[in-house]
Write a new protein. Sequence first.
Length: 299
Amino acid sequence: MEMDPIIMQKAATLIEALPYIQRFNRKIIVVKYGGSAMVDEALKRQVIQDVVLLKLTGFKPIIVHGGGKEISRWVGKVGMEPHFVKGLRVTDEPTMEIAEMVLNKVNKSLVQLVNELGVKAVGVSGKDGMMLKCRKRYADGEDIGFVGEVEQVDPKIIYDLLEKDFLPIICPIGFDDDFASYNINADDAACAIATAVKAEKLAFLTDVEGVYQDFADKESLISEMTVEEAQAFVDGGSLGGGMLPKLQNCIDAISSGVSRVHILDGRIPHCLLLEIFTNKGIGTAILNAKEERYYHKEG
């Protein structure tokens, strides 16, 4: 009896995913969610579907999200001008108030999307459970207001949610010694959280395909690199401005105990599933020296 090749392909895809499901069962994966995938409604739904599927196949996903574009939109709505220094938003008291409101609004919209797919999500900020304690961050010595640098993470509330089978969705608002609210760069927050919970994986959804040997040559995408290779890349000075801090974040996370970090193009539908469950992968994976390389094996 001849089987439909499309159906057989579906079966082959599921079998290809099996070793990854076995390897990462009950492991924590932190997904830093930002860029175009947060703005485009179709992409947003696909990302949430991916995370829900990870949850239902035995992973313990945590979403850490930003909301910079949305904050800028609301700052404009109230007649204020957004200002940036070295890529960091200058955050005076009125801007901080808007940022906190907007991030909480974004947070609950993501909770709703996950709930709609039948998984219970809980949205928190870094102020909940005193999770993200920070100090004031300066931009080249310049005071830019209520912008925080993570000083300490208390992951207890995250563990409590995971233990009760909830999917935590975290927005990057922290607090200082005086309990004032601070806006934290979402990449930095995701790294600090992944480190604190000893995540097996940290995945960045970005608006780039990954790390290139030569950015002008789209054929030169690097599928896997060790942390040493990544550091050499950073030190080499050939990276574009946006990728440099991201790659440094990846290196820091791995140096602090995260096993594997992925940089993914969030504009590709279901990029998370393609990177985590297939032999080829689609972005750049950075791994510690002890991790075995396993992309590009013929499955």
